[in-house]
Design a protein around this ligand. Structure first.
Ligand SMILES: [Zn+2]
Length: 240
């Protein structure tokens, strides 16, 4: 293929890109929120006065960006706002072969430890209660059968509660994205002896420092927790 065919002049921007941009505007403007269904293909065709193929192309583009997801019936709904960051971090990690698991743990430490410090300053009683609930859920998961998935979900719930307490939604999305990429590593950690028990003790220490309104102690407690998780992830991997 000739290189002159690779780029299109900007004024001949494709119809589907303009449709996608307008739909994005509707979502960003709050006219459509997470879980809301998009208008049907036919409705969109009539609204925009363009061909069905342009509508389909626009929907495909938004889907691949993680903005919308398709439901079993084929309808599209607005995805969670964290979704695009999530899938792009996954993608970047896959593409960049130099970035290893250690880099991801380091990124997670930077985000989560500072989030804990901010949470200690900004938390409400409700945030602290949600942190405690997630810790209780971890304990219950540990005692139940098929504990791994449930334990990991409860563990995530704790970290999201801390992130939520910062009041910064971008921190919340980043915590989720960084964590999702190391999900597979975390599945091995659950089976390292004493690792889940340690997580419960460490989460309690984080929660206490946040409840006490001590940012330094909250940061240290979160970093101690994540350092230990990374060490156990290494052990889990070598133990098979
Ligand atoms: Zn944790």
């Amino acid at each position: 293929m000739e290189s002159s065919q690779t780029f299109q002049p900007l004024d001949r921007r494709k119809v589907y890109e303009q449709v996608a941009e307008q739909l994005l505007g509707q979502i960003g403007g709050g006219h459509l929120s997470t879980g809301d269904a998009l208008p049907s293909e036919r409705e969109l065709t009539e609204t925009f006065g363009v061909g069905r193929s342009s509508i389909r192309e626009a929907l495909r583009m938004l889907e691949s960006q993680g903005v919308i997801t398709s439901e079993p019936g084929g309808a599209f709904v607005v995805a969670h706002a964290a979704n695009p960051l999530n899938s792009s971090l996954q993608l970047v990690f896959t593409l960049d072969s130099e970035a290893g698991l250690h880099d991801l743990f380091e990124l997670r430490r930077i985000i989560d430890c500072e989030a804990a410090a901010l949470a200690a300053i900004r938390r409400t009683a409700q945030h602290v209660a949600e942190m405690e609930l997630s810790i209780v859920e971890m304990e219950q998961a540990l005692a139940a059968d098929g504990r791994d998935e449930r334990f990991i979900a409860a563990d995530l719930r704790f970290h999201l509660a801390v992130a939520e307490a910062t009041g910064n939604r971008l921190i919340l999305y980043s915590v989720q994205a960084a964590r999702d990429v190391i999900r597979r590593a975390l599945l091995t950690v659950v089976n390292v002896p004493e690792s889940p028990e340690s997580a419960i003790v460490e989460h309690r220490a984080v929660r206490e420092a946040i409840a006490a309104g001590n940012p330094g102690a909250a940061r240290d407690a979160m970093c101690t927790h994540l350092d230990r998780v990374e060490r156990d992830a290494g052990r889990g991997a070598t133990n098979g």
